[in-house]
Design a binder for this molecule. Sequence first.
Ligand SMILES: [Mg+2]
Length: 297
Amino acid sequence: MLTKLSQLGEFGLIDLLKKYKGGGASVIKGIGDDTAVVPLDAKRYLLLTTDMLMEGVHFKRSAPPRSIGHKALACSISDIAAMGGLPRYALVSLGVPGNLSWAFVRDLYQGMDTLARKFGIAIVGGDTIKSARLVINVALTGEVNKTDVVYRNGARPGDRIFVTGALGKSLSTGRHLKFTPRVKESQYLVRHVKPTSMIDISDGLTADLGHILEESKAGAVLEEKRIPRRAGAGLRQALYDGEDFELLFTVPARKAALLRKNKFYPIGEIVARGRGLSLQDKTGKLTKIRPRGYTHF
Ligand SMILES: [Mg+2]
């Protein structure tokens, strides 16, 4: 009990907390995916997600407040997209320092409002408290057809691995403050190919692929030359930088050809679990790599 949170790490902490499940209400999927999944009606599931952003960790106070608002909502929309769903209702809670101006808070909400309108999301409530640092929490619901929902656990050896866009340097280029969540792409995917697994890249390519591999009990080979990089980003940054918010997903090989023509990027293949995660260079040589990326503690 003397263990410090910094020793546990973010995922160690989640492991300790996930035994506290409450009870009574019916749950389709609890902790362990991009959102929780609960019953809605005969045809659909309700998706539930929440994301907390703090100044100094996820944004700087010097960033444009509109962008901070945009990001706060966009992160949660990205998680709904990663399940194959559409976002619906948001609750927004703020911890605000006393010295923050009214204009700052107004602009922050305008950033959120603009994105919410674009995606047909209603902001229906929230809470505000005074706090030493600016903290924003967005809880978001979504809806998904039962036949469309995509989890992290369905990747099988032979499946091709894809991403929806270039990776790396999202934080240093400021892209993390203005990205468009991949809802349109996700809808295309569930309609046309039905991915076997999907996640949004928040912790980094290898870290988030690691979540898919763990849940799917599989390994993977990534092809170095195929990984799309943002301008100026090296291989390491594409592999390990966080906050890209592209979708990472797997599809059976026979469906892969359709996607290549539609601006989805094939980056590797799912293999048996025993082979772990490795990177293949231009000459075909395989190097084992460890899934790691941005950690919050
Ligand atoms: Mg996610």
